[in-house]
Design a protein. Sequence first.
Length: 371
Amino acid sequence: MKIRSIDIYILDIPTVRPHQLAMHTIVAQTIVVARVTNEEGLEGWAEVATIGGASYGEGTPEAIKANIDQYIRPHLIGKNPVYFSKIMFNISKAVRGNQFAKAVVEAAMIDLLAKGKNVPAYELLGGKVHDSLPLAWTLASGDTGKDIEEAKEFLHQKRHKIFKLKIGKGDPYKNVDHVLKIIAAVGDQARVTVDINQAWDETTANYCIEALQEGGVSMVEQPLPTWNYEGMARLTARFKVPIMADESANSVHEVYQIAKHRYGNSMALKPCKHGGLLETKKVAAIAEGAGFGLYGGTMIESSLGTAVCASVYATISEFEFGTELFGPMLFKDKITTNDVQFENFEIIIPDGPGFGMEIDFEKVKHYSREY
Ligand code: MUC
Ligand code: MG
């Protein structure tokens, strides 16, 4: 079972509506897809997503592809994916950073290995604790009325009863008002959280979080820029509402510092920012040891990448904040012939071989920049 080749594709897939974050509005989401093929012709597939080119974080799609093609590929060719842990350790010695590139490569190897064994990927990661997990939705249309309509519709459909509001763009004080209006409309049936995506300074955060806490917000995600660790610690000490580290919580080393100094008291997991599924489990263990509440995060992956995240989250014991693996619902189209299932406010953990997704290669070609 040796790896013969690895192909990386960059795809741009339109979304069902504009999705507004502090730094970027998504109208077409960019994903990076990896295919590893073994000598027998069996394929393993995986996906990571990025947001807004280089505006959200360092991991741009073009850099992910270039670094895999140039620096990571030699560590894979001719190797047996059964040693994916050792292969990833070797890559970590030879390639610094590049967490997204490492994550997609590792996941593709795991998909290949699990398919070869005809077992779900979660069996290679310790086995699943959950058959399904709670599923948040992000209200980010940029319009309060539309957001309220969307929230009511999804409550009615039993799709979501946790809503995250993206409030980093524009006037912070008006945005607090926007949150309070949404809580007034649906707060008796749903949990409302906010994600600032680093957009506030500490003074603004102090003022706004006080109002949000009083208004009934149940979590505040990454209010300050990643560099302001001490500010995050001060907010954590001051407020009762949980302060979540997202963009600041990447490698196990960063996460250790966050846990030790309480630069937050809860954490969003994302396999891409931690550098893979094995690293995600290590990060979860550090956070758990510090008593942090966990959140199953997303970078807005399509069905394939969502199945990758769901497979590792299924093996982690507790998610105090649920997950936000809603990606497939925001995409207008998919690159798999089957879909991730959602039911009764939860995402169902896929049970098929590998990550349980069957690739529609025509769709991959259709949306790929390489074709
Ligand atoms: C983020 O920062 O959490 C997750 C949900 C969403 O709407 O954006 C992403 C990124
Ligand atoms: Mg976030």
